[in-house]
Design a protein around this ligand. Sequence first.
Ligand code: PEP
Ligand code: MG
Length: 534
Amino acid sequence: MTIGISPGVATGPVARLGLPPQLPAETPEPGQDDADRATAALEDTALELERRASYANDDAAEVLTASAMMARDPALAASVRDLVGQGVPAAWAVDRAIGTYREMLASAGPYLAERVTDLDDIRDRAVAHLLGLPMPGLPTPGHPYVLVAVELAPADTALLDPAVVLAVVTERGGPTSHTAILAKSLGIPAVSGFTESLVDGQVVLVDGAKGRVVVDPSAAELAAARGRAARVATTGPGRTADGHPVALLANIGGPDPVPDAEGVGLFRTEFLFLDRSQAPTVEEQRAVYRSVLEPLAGRRIIVRTLDAGADKPVPYATFGQEANPALGVRGLRTSWRHPELLHDQLAALALAASDTGVEPWVMAPMVATAAEAADFAATARSHGLARVGVMIEIPAAALRAAAILSEVDFVSLGTNDLSQYTFAADREESALADLLDPWQPALLDLVALVAEAARAAGKPAGVCGEAAGDPLLAPVFAGLGISSLSMARTVIPEVRASLAEHTLDDCREIAAAVLAADTPADARRAASACVEVG
Ligand code: PEP
Ligand code: MG
């Protein structure tokens, strides 16, 4: 089944990702200069990776530069030469030598195993070079195109240019995949799970919100897509068709401008604490919080206290080597061992609030019990912070949401971690993408439970995980009673348009149909069936 992994609508000609080169079945005799040709191919690959690094963003440039170093590793060149000396032709020697490294990395633990994709990229480029085949990777047809691929490697996604790549269609890669996250941050519509074969130049219409790919769209379909694009272009607060408000907020990781959001639903403060050997001082934090709060005067801003641990390592805040960091002393639990970290952060926030006159809401991550919520609320209030909430991202907290809501002013569902802990599925593990799908009925049951507890308590419940940016889920959340959705700012227009297409009664109907489904695919189908095609 095709699913939308990054919203937006685009139409354009297909250009397929270059495929990894296959070695011919017959192995020829090596030529005289095969050793030199093989090392030259590795050097050319290194140069190409460096060229790409020179115009990629910082994170991508780091990955590409590291790959170039691997391609240029003298030990690799030596083993290629050895193999050629033993009668193995150039392309086969490169393939075999890199294969040996690949096996070593694949068995050396999860961090190094991730580098296997980078090695595969080096192998494919060098082998294509030696066999005179087209380079694998992003095509360069000379005009904007819809990129079609089985799957995208990080080295490809790092180079996606929204001015050239109109949309992305892949066969594999779920809603939490690398491709999804990057496409969303660049505002490129993307659909995955598409298995039909397409040829270069064929025109397709890609609807990332609805998860549809229309091959050779009719004039009527193109007009409908233009109408939809016009609706997406509208601005203003989030509303259903009959005016029921659902605040559309942005997730930020620093003083990022969010002109088109009604505020910030999740300010991840970790960036202040990562990559350093000790915590920032109160004054340092105060200055940063001031710069975040100031432009948000008159709008909501929810600041999350430090969420150290697991996928956000902060060695000085977390507790040595834990066997299971995701289940360890992380999130709010960090403050049990380091109460000063939380006090300093809340003090800095209170100072920034009085400096700017902007009153932030504050919430704690990874809260498991009502007692923890009560403790956090008391601490935050002792610093003069009036609006206090917690994230619901542990199933225990979702199940006892009513008790938690009696201690705090609001809750926000962190569906990324809530999926991870509900399904016992590491959120970073792409092999578990199906379990981490936000349309999983068990996850949506927990969201429904929390929304109902919030309604009964008369307090707001928002969603701030990746699920909040799925336009097809927006009416479901509204129907369940969720009062705000916080997401990457690039996807707000699509979510706004999706909400505006339904009345609150429609949303309730869609939510009921979705909750009655037994699988994520059925849930999506139930929602799509209720959503007008257009
Ligand atoms: C979440 O877990 O859904 C969330 C929003 O927090 P983070 O992704 O920062 O853990
Ligand atoms: Mg989380």
